[in-house]
Design a protein around this ligand. Structure first.
Ligand code: SAM
Length: 277
């Protein structure tokens, strides 16, 4: 969604958010900039998935799987059947390339585009929403609609594992700008919800506008509850930014060693396990 001079159109409603996120992630994956920025899974998040049922799961849905940073190691290290879904066609195309000649390719199914496609495709004992997928989905109503869809796809004994960006660690300038727009009456549509931020970043030399909803632990708990889940485990996702710990093995190990000292609410991201109620 671009206009003259390469400046992104300001995005405001849920439909525009979905369009903008699809465009920007298509470009992020096609240019391989995502892979360069986050070349590996966060090892402690991968361990978290195993500690919370990935090994025992028979059917796993990775919702917002991107290029398969988590789906691929799960395919390799478990016997589960995987379903990988992303709104970005380029994400799924890249994952599909990684799967060419993969010994376990028959155990994974790929979907892109509309999330409704998942509704007639079975249910899951683990559903993942890793590294901010939920935050990109739109305002409160859009996020609750997605969580309720996933509530409908999870088995009674299943686990939802997710990670979201933390409001106390991310983007203070944009949070203040959003706050100021609200108090001065300039906020429109999705800009009216506290925690929603917009910012511009260049992807492959082109300006793109990102949308995020930033979370506190209390905010995450309340949303999950509204959609029919209750939290059973919480942890910080990392102390340092994700790009640092996935680009450097040393920083990744150091970060994982320090995580037990950090409360979930002060992580760069917040990881949670939730079960259906
Ligand atoms: C920060 S990336 C995380 C990707 C992957 N889970 C990982 O950990 O590398 C966010 C992902 O959410 C996807 N996404 C954004 N909006 C979405 C939506 N409405 N439904 C599904 N996926 C969406 C993007 O295409 C992108 O792949």
């Amino acid at each position: 969604m671009l206009v003259k001079e390469n400046l992104p159109v300001p995005i405001r409603d849920n439909h525009q958010i979905t369009e903008a996120m699809t465009d920007l992630y298509d470009r992020y994956y096609t240019s391989h900039e995502y892979e360069k920025r986050y070349p590996k899974p966060n090892q402690s998040t991968l361990h978290f998935l195993f500690e919370n049922g990935a090994k025992e799961a028979r059917d796993i849905l990775d919702f917002g799987c991107g290029n398969g940073r988590y789906a691929l190691p799960l395919l390799q290290q478990t016997d589960a059947r995987l379903t990988a879904y992303d709104i970005s066609h380029a994400a799924i195309a890249e994952l599909s390339r990684f799967l060419q000649d993969h010994p376990h390719a028959a155990r994974i199914r790929l979907f892109d585009g509309e999330a409704e496609k998942l509704n007639a495709q079975g249910d899951y004992d683990m559903i993942m929403l890793m590294f901010g997928v939920l935050s990109h989905i739109g305002d409160h109503s859009a996020r609750i609609a997605t969580l309720r869809q996933l509530r409908g796809l999870i088995r009674p004994e299943g686990k939802l594992v997710l990670s979201v960006p933390c409001i106390f660690r991310r983007r203070p300038f944009e949070l203040f700008t959003a706050y100021w727009q609200r108090v001065t009456g300039k906020a429109r549509d999705t800009q009216k919800e506290p925690g929603n931020i917009f910012f511009t970043r260049n992807i492959d030399k082109q300006a793109h506008q990102f949308f995020y909803h930033l979370y506190s632990v209390a905010g995450l708990r309340a949303e999950l509850q509204e959609a029919g889940f209750t939290i059973t485990a919480l942890a910080p996702e990392s102390l340092l930014p994700e790009w640092m710990i996935t680009q450097s093995d040393l920083l990744g190990k150091l970060d994982e060693a320090l995580l037990p000292l950090l409360p979930a609410t002060l992580g760069y991201g917040i990881r949670a396990v939730a079960v259906p109620v």
